[in-house]
Design a protein around this ligand. Sequence first.
Ligand SMILES: C[S@@+](CC[C@H](N)C(=O)[O-])C[C@H]1O[C@@H](n2cnc3c(N)ncnc32)[C@H](O)[C@@H]1O
Length: 395
Amino acid sequence: MEDNNSTCGPDFDFGQLRRFPDIEAANLFAHDATDELILNEAAAALARTGSGPGNGVVVVVGDRYGALTLAAATLHGLRGLRVHQDGLSGERALAANAARLDLAGAYTSGPLDGSLFAGARVVLWQLPRSLEEVAEVAELISAHADPDVQIFAGGRIKHMTVAMNTVLSRHFSSVTAGRAWRKSRPLFVSVPLKEGPASSFPRCEFHEELGLWLCAHGATFGGTKVDVGTRFLLEYIPAMRQDTETAIDLGAGNGTIASALAKARPGLHISATDQSAAAVASTLATAKANGLQDQIEVIRDDALSSFPAGSAGLIVLNPPFHVGATVHAGIALKLFAAAARVLAPGGELWCVYNRHLDYKQVLSKIVGPTRVEGRNSKFTVTVSTRVAGPAAETD
Ligand SMILES: C[S@@+](CC[C@H](N)C(=O)[O-])C[C@H]1O[C@@H](n2cnc3c(N)ncnc32)[C@H](O)[C@@H]1O
């Protein structure tokens, strides 16, 4: 596709989409050239699936904020689209955009499993950067979709590698790269091999030094590894507040923190929460693999939105500092504010972050008096204590 080709822009106004409730900022957008490229390349196949309610053979994976789903529904009159998005804020943004465009009934959101792809004829896929995530989706499509399924995948060229083609080729006999357009490239994937087990996820790995199994679905931060910052934070478990029966692992990922806390403190009940569907499923798998499922409750939620204010005695957090591919501090600040709201007076927020980030001031301002508990060559560990009333800016 050439740069000067027409796009579906004139027929679907991508500018009307919002990222809300995800972070909005001048340098963050609700759609990208990859969305337009995928839709253009898939146009003929989408048109062939026919329109009208309940056609149900088109699946959308990895839609950021609804651009793929809502443009496909609008441009081709499609209904019954099946959609999986890993992040809850993306799912909520799609719902909000759909409601505004009167398209709430055009699609259903679902988990990443075989039923998502059952009988699928066309798949639109914003490729993730993680090869593990590519592998998990590819396995499921190959095992469950129609044998004639056509996958129109795409991504930003800078985030794509030949290794992706290799992973896809394990599950499909036809994997072809298309022409780049505005720094995005399409991949056309078809002829599922339908070999092997339906899914090899979650994958689990035993970590001798922690005495814990860690399990991960493809889209989970860090996979089955122990994050280096988290490893440092875990050294401080003995110093964390003792006189509380409940704790929150905020942004649980593969469940390392929740499981380490549960193992160290058998009396503690832990709510492990993450906005990522893969993280939530991984944390649950990790808890079960370690026999800790009675101590750990797993909740998919965006920044503690379903947790009552002033209800927690201890929150432990290793915050993300990337939003997708964009470095943006907003997400960490959002999680600090969430922790401040949910902590009870006297409650503690324990945090680990890259040393160069220097979040101490901001934690003091948002949460309460903040102390640096530890520092190594790469990371800082802090504890912030919630005070009654507005947070004080102190040491
Ligand atoms: C740096 S990872 C830490 C994961 C895990 N705690 C560990 O130590 O390996 C940050 C986690 O925060 C999650 N996260 C990002 N935004 C979030 C949000 N708005 N609400 C809840 N969790 C979020 C990510 O999905 C990711 O799993």
